[in-house]
Design a protein around this ligand. Structure first.
Ligand code: NDP
Length: 242
């Protein structure tokens, strides 16, 4: 595994699930980690568990995103890694979509990620180096009935990651995304056992993934072991879409 000693990593949505597992993996690999979530106390408690720093940040508040990243860069001297894991999943058939469903999904998953990348890239450009990993999804690549807006938000991130890789490469900044399949976290808590059984049956490895399995791949992409990898969307789905 790459050594992250001396590096500063920011993980948005780091209080739970894939973000928390990634924050822990980066911390274990030597990084100074700042994890964020919407509630200050939760962020502080979760950060303490893994020897990280916890900061309150709602990624739908673009002014707050700019301020928080500026403060992190000032306090820690640099930002080397961004893992943008903050995201929401609301299911809903197209005919039943509400304005709120559409706005929440797009403002969190798409706009929240884009402003986080913008803010992190500002600090990375000064050092002419950095690595960014976005959380796409296999449904962003394949689509999914009942998750049209979520799928669209993740497809947008895929295109954004590739565009950002092209634009920021000259500044020494790599941008990749992962496209997990179904991973056991709070995000899928509302999926019925029947749906999850169907997913397992169609997955080559016949099981749901874990947050730690995704975190390991994100950590690989974030680190120097992946120094010539950029603009990629890497599936982590146990063979769900083979
Ligand atoms: P969880 O629901 O376990 O965690 C979501 C995280 O996002 C929490 O830390 C939450 O923090 C944070 N978050 C949500 N909304 C906001 C917001 N407005 N501002 C800041 N933080 C926010 O989900 P996962 O870990 O499963 O998902 C992480 C990412 O991976 C998401 O982008 C998701 O779309 C993606 N993904 C997940 C898959 C899965 O099967 N689990 C599959 C494919 C992709 P808090 O509540 O403390 O504010």
């Amino acid at each position: 595994m790459s050594d992250f000693t001396g590096k500063v990593a920011v993980v948005t949505g780091g209080t739970r699930g894939i973000g928390f597992a990634t924050a822990r993996a980066l911390s274990e690999a030597g990084a100074t980690v700042v994890l964020t979530g919407r509630d200050a106390e939760t962020a502080a408690v979760r950060a303490k568990e893994i020897g990280a720093h916890g900061v309150a940040l709602d990624v739908t508040d673009s002014a707050a995103v700019k301020d928080v990243f500026k403060t992190i860069a000032k306090e820690h001297g640099r930002i080397d890694v961004l893992v943008a894991s903050a995201g929401v999943l609301q299911g809903g058939l197209i005919g039943m979509l509400t304005d709120d469903h559409i706005a929440t999904t797009l403002s969190t998953n798409v706009a929240g990620t884009i402003v986080s990348v913008q803010a992190a890239a500002r600090a990375m450009m000064r050092k002419r180096s950095g690595s960014i990993v976005l959380l796409g999804s296999i449904v962003g690549e394949e689509g999914n009935a009942g998750q049209a807006v979520y799928a669209a938000s993740k497809a947008a991130l895929s295109a954004f990651a590739k565009s950002a890789a092209k634009e920021l490469g000259r500044s020494g900044i790599r941008v990749n995304a992962v496209a997990p399949g179904v991973i056991q976290t709070d995000l899928i808590a509302e999926q019925s056992d029947e749906v999850l059984e169907r997913v397992k049956e169609t997955t080559a490895l016949r099981r749901i993934g874990t947050a730690d399995e995704v975190a390991k791949v994100i950590t690989f992409l974030a680190g120097d072991d992946a120094s010539f990898v950029t603009g990629q969307v890497l599936g982590i789905d146990g063979g769900l879409v083979l």
